[in-house]
Design a protein around this ligand. Structure first.
Ligand code: ZN
Length: 139
């Protein structure tokens, strides 16, 4: 088995699909006492995201900006809930090559710009126990 040497460092975030970010934030901030770091719109993905810090990780709330958004499709099919788990990695593009060589199906063959200045790529849930994993590298 080919393997990229360094293990993922942590859960970068857990992505949760929501209908309305503003309406969702008080549960995390007011009732759980967590801190909202920032909200941001990612035009290329047609999503609005909010990052809520929890220890060394974050919760990423995702609201669709249009019907073209994958989050819109997810909400239509499944309603609100956990959408993906993001792993913080180094050498993201090399890692994608290694995963592919090991037969892991990729949604993104190369990393792309995501929220929070991260390079990201998604792995296909068919290869990962039905979980949508995102690899995320902060540069
Ligand atoms: Zn994410």
């Amino acid at each position: 088995m080919e393997q990229t040497k360094q293990s993922p460092k942590k859960i970068a975030h857990i992505g949760i699909a929501v209908y309305n970010i503003e309406a969702s934030i008080p549960f995390y901030t007011k009732y759980l006492g967590l801190t909202l770091e920032k909200t941001e719109e990612v035009e290329s993905e047609q999503v609005k995201v909010a990052f809520i810090k929890i220890g060394e990780s974050r919760i990423e709330l995702l609201e669709p900006l249009s019907e073209q958004s994958a989050i819109h499709t997810f909400l239509e099919k499944k309603g609100e809930g956990i959408h993906h788990i993001a792993l913080e990695v180094d050498q993201i593009d090399q890692r994608l090559i290694d995963l592919k060589q090991n037969g892991i199906r990729l949604i993104n063959e190369q990393s792309k710009q995501g929220a929070d200045n991260a390079q990201i790529a998604f792995l296909h849930p068919k290869s990962t126990n039905g979980v949508l994993f995102e690899l995320s590298q902060h540069i």
